[in-house]
Design a protein around this ligand. Structure first.
Ligand SMILES: Nc1ncnc2c1ncn2[C@@H]1O[C@H](COP(=O)(O)OP(=O)(O)OP(=O)(O)O)[C@@H](O)[C@H]1O
Ligand SMILES: [Mg+2]
Length: 182
């Protein structure tokens, strides 16, 4: 994976597979601290301690075949290579939080990629899951909460083309990648 948006898609898809009904995605860009953080919080089934250890170390196996996925280790590696760190927290039956930080201006920090299309794909493709999206760029904050949208649209499905168009507009306003100053 070469873009942060692809990592976000993978981690959020893990949450969907874990049966989450609510997935929060926080993207935080802080120029003063030269940091970019991405946090994904779900209320899915969570993991046992031993499962978490295996997930973080996918190559630890007595067999030669890979038994575990790579989504989480790849994000952890991307964070470390960009002067950041990675944290996985999970409680069985409660949910999971994945947090990755990066040096915002670090040479090896992967670009954000198409975050807006990624978020739309998540919302449109998982219409029974709620998403709470938060973006901060220094003093500028934006949010999108599908629970609130759902209340307003009543019986119209969240993935109705007109609703997705509205969501795209909100995301373009508040979630577009902030280009580094020239
Ligand atoms: N949010 C989550 N809640 C519960 N279990 C999770 C969560 N995220 C990951 N897991 C568990 O950790 C495993 C590894 O996740 P990871 O993303 O690294 O790989 P994967 O999804 O199995 O495969 P890949 O991402 O390579 O297609 C998952 O298969 C799942 O069992
Ligand atoms: Mg995965």
């Amino acid at each position: 994976m070469l873009e942060l948006a692809s990592h976000i898609l993978d981690i959020a898809e893990n949450s969907v597979r874990a049966g989450a009904s609510l997935i929060e995605i926080d993207i935080d860009e802080d120029t003063a601290n030269d940091s970019l953080s991405i946090e994904i919080i779900d209320n899915g089934r969570g993991m046992k301690q031993e499962e978490m250890e295996k997930v973080l170390d996918p190559f630890y196996t007595t067999k030669t075949v890979r038994r575990f996925g790579l989504g989480i280790p790849l994000l952890a590696d991307a964070a470390r290579r960009a002067g950041g760190h990675f944290k996985l927290e999970s409680q069985e039956g409660k949910g999971t939080t994945v947090k990755a930080t990066f040096g915002l201006s670090h040479m090896d920090r992967q670009p954000m990629g198409n975050i807006i299309s990624t978020l739309i794909v998540l919302i449109a493709g998982n219409s029974d899951v709620d998403f709470f999206l938060k973006h901060r760029h220094n003093d500028r904050r934006s949010e999108l909460d599908t629970r609130i949208i759902r209340k307003e649209i009543e019986d119209v499905p969240i993935n109705h083309p007109e609703i997705l168009k509205y969501i795209r507009g909100v995301l373009e306003e508040g979630f577009s990648e902030i280009k580094p100053e020239a």
